[in-house]
Design a protein around this ligand. Sequence first.
Ligand SMILES: *Cc1c(COP(=O)(O)O)cnc(C)c1O
Length: 454
Amino acid sequence: MPDDANALDPRIWPASATRDAQGALTIAGVGVRELQETYGTPLYVLDEDEVRAHARRIVAAFGAAAAAHGVRARVYYAGKAFLSTAVVRWVTDEGMAVDVCTGGELEVALAAGADPSRLGFHGNNKSVDELDRAVAAGVGTVIVDSLVEIERLADAAARHGVVQSVLIRVNSGVHAETHDFLATAHEDQKFGFAMVDAPDAAARIRARSSLRLSGLHCHIGSQIFGVAGFAESAARLVDLHARLREDGDLPLLNLGGGFGIAYTAADDPADIASLSTGIVDAVATECAARGIPMPDLAFEPGRAVVGQAGVTLYEVGTTKSVTLADGGHRLYVSVDGGMSDNPRPALYGAQYTARIASRVSDADPALVRVVGKHCESGDIVVDSDHLPGDVAPGDLVAVPATGAYCFSLASSYNAVPRPPVVAVRGGRARVIVRGETIADLLNRDVGVTSEGNA
Ligand SMILES: *Cc1c(COP(=O)(O)O)cnc(C)c1O
C-alpha cells in the first residue's frame, strides 16, 4: 500500500514530471489536459531533454571508464528500443553512434542524417540486398552472425570496391536477466557463433581481402541490473580475443547493451557510473592477466537511453469491480489503448505502474488492474498497482517508463490505429511521429478500392 497514490517516483518518471497547482501532471512543462486536447489519447509522450541527458550521461560514463585505462569507448544507441529520425538526431547530437538490425532501421538512421561510418549493422538474417545497401551507404561496422553472411558480405564489399570492417558476434555462454546470470558452455539460440566456432569465422574473414576483422561482439541480454554477468562474459571474451589476436590485429571489443531501468519501485538497477567502471575494469583485469593490451571498447544501450523518457497517456473509459473467488474484489480500470501500444505485459509479463494524471485525489488507494480495449484477456497495461479509489471514466491515466520497446513493438491489432509520438521540451510539444488513422489502415486494404472489388 503506497503512502501516496498520487506520488511520482523519481526513479521511474522523467526528471521533469511534476504536478501543477491543480494537481495535473506536467512533463517538461506541458500539461496532460493540453496534450489530450491537442493530440488525443492514447498518446506517447517523450521528454527530449530526458533522452538527451541519459545519452550524455552514458557516453560520458563509458568514455571516462575507458580513458582511465588509456583506451576509447564508443557508445551505440540500440535503435530498436525506439527508432525515429528525431530520436536519432538527439542521441547523435549527444555523442552516440547508432545500431540498426534491419534494412528498414538502416533507412531510418540514414534519413535522420546519421554519419554512416558511425552505424553498426546487426541481425542474424541480413539479406543480400540489405548487406549491399549497407556497404554502399558506408556503414562503419557490420556484426556478422553466420558463415553464409561472411561470404555474402565479402562479395558485396568486393563489388563496391571497399574493405568492410566487421565484428564477429559470439555467445559467451553467459545469459543475464535482471538480478542473476546463468553461465553455460554453449548457448542454444539463434544469434552469433559459439565460442568454439569463432576461430573458424575469424580465419574466413581474414581470408577475404574485402573484409577487415576488427574484433568480437557479445550481447548477453536485456534489463540487467548488476555488473556480475557482464564481468563473467568479459572474462570469456577476453580469453577468445587474446587467442584471435595471435593471428592479426584485433583493435575492438563490443560488449553490447542490456543495462536495466526501473519500471516499478521493486526494480533497483545499478547506476550507469558503477556499471561502466565495473565492466571496463573487468576487461582491464582480464587483459592484464593475459599480458595483452586493452582493446578499444564499444557498448550498445537502448532501453537505458529512452526508457525513462517515455510516458503513455490514456483516458479511462470504464471501471468495474469484479468479485473474485475468495469474495474479494478487484477494480478493473479500462483505458483507450492497451497491448497494441504496449505489448510488453502480454509478451513478457512486464510490470508497470500507473497514476491518475489529470488530478490528485485523497480517496483511499484501491488495488487496480489497468487493462486495454483489445479483444484479449491478456491485454493488460498495469497488472497491479494502487490508484485513488475514486478513479473514474474521463480521468487521464499515465504509465511511466514506456519510452523503450513500446512504440517500436506497437501493432494495429483490432484495427486500433497506432498513437502519435509527441516530444515535449521547455513547455512546448510537437509531433515527431504522426498517429495512424483509420484511413491509413483502410488504405492498405485493396478490397476497399474499386480495383480490389473487380
Ligand atoms: C537489443 C540489443 C541491444 C539493446 O538492448 P537494451 O536492453 O535495450 O540495452 C544492444 N545490442 C544488441 C545486439 C541488441 O540486440
